[in-house]
Design a protein around this ligand. Structure first.
Ligand code: MN
Length: 203
């Protein structure tokens, strides 16, 4: 089956000014769409044409870098859209307890996410993830993903320049500061933590 470009789970002004409607129009409507289109073209007429996105990622990892890059970027961008929200949310329940166990406090976790994101060399993704109930911050380079990694991804932040250049130019820490302080969707993270398995791309 062909995969689809999923809709953003909010309107295009919802994340402004940290992430403007103009950024979303390019990042979702051009970048994410291109990954979907290229993946669909690559699997059309092959054994993977009817596979799930997770199956495509697993099959391509290590054997077909071009397909892997596009499939992983389809997953990562879907996960990123859901990791953000224009509505203020806070960690609660089991997730809040796991954050305190691993990082000391929500404030300490937020500082660590900003530091890891700012320090990540070149393009990639910074994740809050769980494994055996224990939380950690993980980084993946370029298109790489935690989808099939054994970690349960809870949140991700895109640190490719295309995620922030129109709004923050080259100031990645400015983007990270606003995303981490204002836009992370802790309800999505809590749902992922409670489920215990990797989120499924809904398109
Ligand atoms: Mn991106």
């Amino acid at each position: 089956m062909a995969f689809s470009l999923i809709d953003l789970p909010y309107d295009s002004e919802a994340l402004a000014p940290a992430i403007s409607a103009e950024t979303l129009s390019f990042h979702h409507g051009k970048h994410h769409k291109a990954y979907v289109d290229k993946m669909n073209a690559a699997i059309e007429g092959t054994d993977l044409a009817s596979a799930s996105l997770m199956e495509v990622i697993k099959a391509a990892r290590g054997s077909n870098q071009g397909l892997f890059n596009n499939a992983a970027q389809v997953y990562n961008h879907g996960f990123y859209w859901y990791s953000l929200s224009g509505e203020s949310t806070t960690p609660s329940g089991d997730l809040a307890a796991a954050i305190d166990d691993a990082f000391g406090s929500v404030a300490d976790l937020k500082m660590a996410l900003k530091d890891r994101g700012a320090g990540h060399f070149a393009s990639g993704w910074v994740w809050l993830a769980a494994r055996d109930g224990k939380l950690s911050i993980e980084e993946t380079h370029d298109a790489d993903t935690l989808a099939d990694s054994g970690f349960n991804p809870l949140l991700t932040i895109d640190v490719w320049e295309h995620a922030y250049y129109l709004d923050h130019q080259n100031a990645r820490p400015s983007y990270l500061g606003e995303v981490v302080d204002k836009l992370l969707n802790w309800d999505f993270a809590a749902d992922n933590f409670a489920r215990g398995t990797a989120w499924v791309y809904p398109g």
